[in-house]
Write a protein that binds this ligand. Structure first.
Ligand code: SF4
Length: 281
């Protein structure tokens, strides 16, 4: 059995940055800091930070006096105001690309456009983007919801950074056909786009594809869906314990890729476990 690891793997730069900001802040404040929401959608990373002393709160109400770190997915303006009113110190670990999507949404709203956000309704990043325009955006999850868009208005479109680029391009093409005045701000993340392209390659070349990451991570799920469409033998793996030894066979080429919130140490543990499985084939 051959184990082939993708070029694009482990944390993306936005998650790495947020993780390092958290570690630096913990060190500076001797562990006395809180994070609003989860840093990223990955239980292994959250468990690691909890072990290092970071406390997690789910709303500004829950925050105690002291310091609050804003997660990589960002938060809306109202949440920032609530934290300011509580007079807590804010350390912003929002990914710069998510900030860019928030800024584009503000600009489009300022121009008097109806802002369309293409993304998952309940995702933290989508809520943060919508929260930067007073929750006045219209969120659509797929082309099936195009009817929600008022076609006679001036429209501005931003996109959840982790969406499937090919799917978004199709939706934008369709919108341009039916809306006269439309401005599209491309807020798709390149780190995610590269992984989506690479997973297509891996899925078509390898016998088995392992997509490492959390089930609640949007970009990991998207990699899984793209791969599964091409290669039936695609499996989602959260950590070494979720490997099913029975799927592997002698001579198999196993491709491994990960979502952007999967830490490299989890991938290394999975590879070590695969090597043990290989010995027993
Ligand atoms: S996936 Fe892209 S947008 Fe999301 S945190 Fe990583 S770099 Fe930022």
């Amino acid at each position: 059995m051959q184990i082939i690891i993708a070029k694009n793997i482990g944390f993306c730069f936005g998650v790495e940055r947020a993780y390092q900001i958290s570690l630096d802040t913990l060190k500076k404040k001797n562990g006395d800091c809180q994070m609003l929401g989860n840093l990223v959608h990955n239980e292994n990373v959250i468990a690691d930070l909890k072990k290092k002393g970071l406390k997690f709160v789910s709303s500004p109400d829950e925050a105690q006096k002291g310091l609050v770190i804003i997660r990589a997915h960002g938060v809306g303006d109202a949440t920032i105001k609530e934290l300011e009113l509580k007079k807590v110190e804010i350390v912003d670990a929002t990914c710069p690309l998510v900030k860019k999507a928030q800024d584009f949404a503000r600009k489009l709203a300022k121009e008097g456009r109806e802002v369309i956000i293409i993304g998952e309704n309940n995702h933290a990043e989508v809520k943060a983007i919508n929260g930067s325009i007073d929750n006045r955006g219209i969120i659509i999850e797929s082309d099936k919801e195009i009817d929600k868009i008022p076609k006679d208005k001036r429209i501005g479109v931003v996109v959840q950074t982790t969406q499937n680029a090919r799917k978004i391009n199709k939706i934008i093409k369709r919108l341009k056909e039916i809306i006269i005045d439309i401005e599209f701000c491309d807020t798709l993340c390149d780190a995610v786009g590269k992984r989506q392209e690479e997973v297509r390659e891996i899925a078509s070349q390898r016998d088995i594809v392992l997509v490492v990451g959390s089930k609640n991570s949007a970009n990991t799920q998207r990699l899984f869906e793209i791969s599964k469409e091409i290669n039936e033998k695609t499996f989602s793996v959260e950590n070494k314990d979720s490997l099913d030894a029975s799927i592997f066979f002698d001579g198999a080429e196993v491709g491994i890729i990960s979502g952007t919130s999967a830490p490299i140490w989890i991938i290394e543990e999975i590879v070590d476990e695969l090597k043990k499985i290989k010995e027993n084939l």
